[in-house]
Design a binder for this molecule. Sequence first.
Ligand code: UDP
Length: 239
Amino acid sequence: MRVDVLGVGFDNLTLAEAAERGMELLHTEGTHYVVTPNPEIVEVCREDPAAREAVNGAALVLPDGIGVIKGAAMLGTPLKERVPGIEFAAKLLEKMAGEGMSLYLLGAKPGVAEKAAERLRARYPGLRIAGVHDGYFQEDGPIAEAIRQSGADAAFVCLGAPKQELWMAKNGPAAGARLLCGLGGSLDVFAGTVKRAPEFWRNHGLEWFYRLCSDPRRLGRMMKLPLFLLHVRREGRKR
Ligand code: UDP
């Protein structure tokens, strides 16, 4: 049973459980995808039925962001813990490397996925990089085909939300990898071009604030956070 937060159903798992589940999906026939919505994406889903369908259609919906955890608690249906996409990815890669699995990296500006591939190879010996492509392409078909041809077990799809969720829902079967993970700006972090917030900020639920200070252009997007809390409060009263 998923925990509903304003129309998005979240899986109630710890980070370790989510990575385990990811591995199970990697060993299950067919193509599956993982999404990691934050409050901003939940707000997008409230307004955009196609985005909502793509997000809820995922095999795993993980709460990325302290706002979702707070929202679920305010609604009286608490989630176990925050599962940031990038941490889920790191745990999954450890396990994939242990089994010699292969990964395709899709997204970010030209050159970033190559750099991320280089660093991931060094950090996770045993992990095979099946291919990379930047996130600024015109046609979906050739990209899905490239993933299929690469034979990758998993693909990280990092095109920003809700583009990546819509892309995975539509192109997942053609891409053929067992597991696709929509991971926003993670390739920039893996490549080292963007730094994650220091531990203090992360531990105090302030990663969003750190990111805002490092990139004030995010302010417009972040105005969705107070709106999210307002909607949660309204929904809480209704329930
Ligand atoms: N991006 C992309 N193709 C696009 C638009 C965005 O590959 O058409 C990439 C962008 O370069 C960045 C990522 O998607 O690497 C989105 O990062 P953002 O920080 O916005 O995502 P978040 O982690 O906040 O979801």
